[in-house]
Design a protein around this ligand. Structure first.
Ligand code: NAP
Length: 248
């Protein structure tokens, strides 16, 4: 594969935006998606000029079709697909309603699956697919049961997808961040307390490394999984948590 190309869903913010910068610095042609007009506009200003920033709703099959068609027109094929768009709607158990549940699964599970399915013709043989899951999928985080289930469903698909993609030499792996300092984390904390900074400091103190992950910590692992250094790794989950969740 001569030219390296990457599509990053949810690349207008947080982990996805850091991955866009990292892959761009490493010579990839990069396209990112976001859903909200204002974050798409901000990403167009903040990311390098030659990063393609597209508005596309991961919940919408027709948006995914248009996205695949536009990326195909501009890049021809993809050597990396980073399925990262996601939402968390932290909620106490008694407050969940059907529309909130459906939205979380529509983005985090259905959106991931159908973006992969629809992008298959664009994926070069030997491409790398990376999916953001999260340590919350297999551990406890109060208020995040639905996000955990939605990411956990994708994690359960990874071994089967890996075997289905292997004949084309395509690898698929999950990257599972621990608590990462992103707009999502700050917004989630804000639903419970006004003391966002104090809460983040307290959370950092519980981490074995004494800090939360930065988006760049996760982006480095994404770049590794995208690279030929990971050429024989498929069907795996790499946890990037600074050791969070190891203690019993
Ligand atoms: N932060 C953490 O501690 C943490 C931990 C474990 C797992 N994760 C997972 O990591 C991923 C990235 O999270 P983040 O922390 O970087 O969050 P973030 O800063 O809020 O970024 C989320 C990205 O997803 C996009 N997105 C949301 N809904 C979308 C939709 N319907 N269609 C297309 N794009 C959509 C957002 O675009 P707009 O801004 O335009 O809506 C944004 O680019 C998520 O899957 C999240 O669940 C995060």
């Amino acid at each position: 594969m001569s030219e390296r190309t990457a599509l990053i869903t949810g690349g207008t913010s947080g982990i996805g935006k850091a991955a866009a910068r990292t892959l761009h610095e490493r010579g990839y042609r990069v396209a990112v998606t976001g859903q909200r007009q204002e974050s798409v506009a901000r990403a167009r200003q903040e990311l390098p000029d030659d990063v393609l920033v597209l508005q596309s709703d991961a919940r919408s099959p027709s948006d995914i079709d248009k996205l695949v068609s536009e990326v195909g027109r501009q890049f021809g094929s993809l050597t990396t697909l980073f399925l990262n768009a996601g939402v968390n709607r932290p909620m106490t158990l008694e407050n969940w309603d059907e529309s909130g549940y459906d939205e979380v699964f529509a983005v985090n599970t259905k959106g991931v699956f159908f973006t992969l399915v629809k992008a298959l013709p664009l994926l070069a043989d030997g491409a790398s697919v990376i999916v953001t899951v999260g340590i919350g999928a297999t551990r406890s985080l109060t208020g995040s049961s639905v996000a955990a289930g939605s990411h956990g469903a994708v994690l359960a698909m990874i071994p089967t997808l890996a075997l289905e993609l292997a004949p084309r030499g395509i690898r698929i792996n999950a990257v599972s961040p621990g608590m990462t300092d992103t707009p999502m984390t700050r917004a989630s904390i804000r639903t419970a307390t006004d003391d966002v900074a104090g809460t983040m400091t307290a959370m950092a103190e519980h981490n074995p490394f004494g800090r939360l992950a930065t988006p760049e910590d996760i982006a480095g692992t994404v770049a590794f999984l995208a690279s030929d250094d990971a050429a024989y790794i498929t069907g795996q989950e790499i946890v990037v948590s600074g050791g969070a969740g190891l203690a019993i």
